[in-house]
Write a protein that binds this ligand. Structure first.
Ligand code: ATP
Length: 465
């Protein structure tokens, strides 16, 4: 089989390729509305339990959202765990001993300041209120300035473990995944024979009873986090903090967010959490302004010391060779998977014109797109089915693929563009003769003829890592 197609140098698809449509790309509220609308219409994100009227700011991930969210988490996993020697994974329980939250400070301090409006009885976050011309804070629901004093509101969801609902059976849904990694420090360090610097990484659901959730999946009460605790010798913590800030910022660009939409914002001293000696947020230019995607914190030895004191179990590193003993400091990059997925969608959404027709296109990084490949028989005629099946079977071993055979080929290309599928492979009647298929590129709409036996290698080269 001639190798001419593979011998061409093909760059991996550039997810940020501006395409013809840059000038017409919506922004601000129009962009937000377009993405939220697309998410619902194309099966990315649905309001939770919609048939019952939903539940405020809670969402279910549809088929395409499930695939994409998984890709976001896989991309993080590859960069933070799989491609490294020094990070090991963990999957800790969501419900755990409540003493964990006492030691971590969450029971006492994981609060937001809350005010009640005496006019409409709505509750709001005191630190998110706008003020009127006299400087008085204003209720965002009814505009009244008749508000109560701010008081702390704990964000942890409380529940009961077992059949008796009393104080002794109280438990909390974890508000972050981090503590599972601190309490397992000694288990992981000894079973995996690790010496600092090393990290423990975890992906999973967290729950916060947010007072003012909103902006679609930006702030929800149930969300997914991607966190890593990197344990280092205390003297090395400043350099590792700088290292992880740079590393994590570059991950977002690597997966297609233009640099102009990203920034690293160091926290002011008064903003720092109780455990942190330095924090910087990776922020994204959301349609309403800059918002956090990930916080990178130097948590010092706060957590290991707190859990040592509360549990009575020493959590430290002992170097047998040198006799050195110390409590490692911790650098924590903590990201949100669901919020980050939304940022990738906002950055990727574009509108342009192809062949005189308007199209919406998600210029997602190929690894984040729900499907990497769509296989399209030119018609539903049975003659095309065996070769279509063959192409699909070979592509499916490596990529997530969709078969789409209804409506005109142009309509099908548009449909795939709108959900971000980077490559469409079309099986036509010539394919039965020359065993070649047409591969079409989402961003440039350029088409290339590729031998069936080379399709998998061709796609792998085009989509990169
Ligand atoms: P914010 O200031 O936005 O409330 P945070 O500083 O409390 O966030 P962290 O505790 O640092 O957030 O959590 C790490 C990451 O988890 C955040 O950067 C964000 O991406 C994600 N995250 C936190 N809270 C939520 C939420 N309610 N909904 C969705 N994602 C969230």
């Amino acid at each position: 089989m001639p190798d001419q197609h593979l011998s061409q140098t093909t760059e991996p698809l550039d997810a940020t390729a501006p395409g013809a449509g840059d000038k017409t790309r919506p922004s601000g509220t129009a962009l937000f509305d377009a993405v939220v609308n697309l998410c619902k219409r194309r099966g990315f994100v649905f309001p939770s339990a919609e048939i019952y009227g939903g539940i405020r700011s809670t969402y279910d991930y549809g088929p395409l959202g499930t695939l994409m969210l998984r890709n976001v988490k896989d991309a993080w996993w590859r960069a933070v765990v799989q491609e490294r020697d020094d990070v090991v994974p963990l999957d800790a329980a969501i419900l755990t001993n409540p003493k964990v939250w006492e030691a971590s400070g969450h029971l006492a301090t994981f609060t937001d300041p809350l005010v009640d409006c005496r006019s409409c009885n709505e509750r709001s976050r005191a630190d998110h209120l706008e003020t009127d011309e006299t400087g008085a804070p204003v209720c965002p629901h009814c505009g009244s300035t008749d508000l109560t004093e701010a008081r702390p509101f704990n964000l942890m969801f409380k529940t009961f473990v077992g059949p008796v609902e009393d104080e002794a059976s109280v438990a909390y849904l974890r508000p972050e995944t981090a503590q599972g990694m601190f309490v397992n420090f000694a288990n992981v360090q000894t079973t995996m024979r690790r010496k600092p610097p090393f990290g423990i990484a975890q992906l999973g659901r967290s729950f916060r009873n947010e007072i003012t959730p909103g902006n679609f999946v930006f702030r929800t009460r149930e969300f997914e986090q991607m966190e890593m605790e990197y344990f280092v010798p205390p003297a090395e913590s400043p350099q590792w903090f700088a290292y992880w800030c740079a590393e994590r910022l570059s991950w977002y660009s690597r997966y297609g967010i233009p640099e102009a939409m990203l920034r690293l914002r160091p926290h002011e001293t008064e903003e720092l959490s109780h455990y942190s000696s330095g924090t910087a947020d990776v922020e994204f230019a959301f349609p309403w302004g800059w918002g956090e995607l990930e916080g990178i914190a130097n948590r010092t030895d706060f957590d290991l010391k707190a859990h040592s004191e509360h549990s009575g179990v020493r959590l430290e590193y002992f170097d047998q060779a040198s006799g050195e003993r110390y409590v490692p400091h911790v650098i924590e990059p903590a990201a949100g998977a669901t919020r980050t997925m939304m940022a990738f969608l906002l950055a990727a959404y574009d509108e342009d014109e192809v062949g005189g027709e308007r199209r919406s296109v998600l210029r997602l990084h190929p690894r984040l797109a729900p499907y990497q490949v769509a296989v399209l028989p030119l018609s539903k005629k049975p003659e095309l089915a065996p070769l279509t099946d063959e192409v699909l079977a070979s592509c499916r071993r490596r990529f997530v693929c969709e078969r789409d055979e209804t409506q005109s080929i142009g309509r099908r290309y548009r449909r795939q563009d709108e959900i971000g599928t980077p490559l469409c492979v079309t099986v036509d009647f010539d394919s039965l003769v020359d065993r070649c298929v047409t591969v079409r590129d989402r961003d440039t709409t350029a088409q290339e003829r590729v031998p069936v036996d080379d399709v998998v290698a061709y796609v792998a080269e085009r989509i990169g890592s």
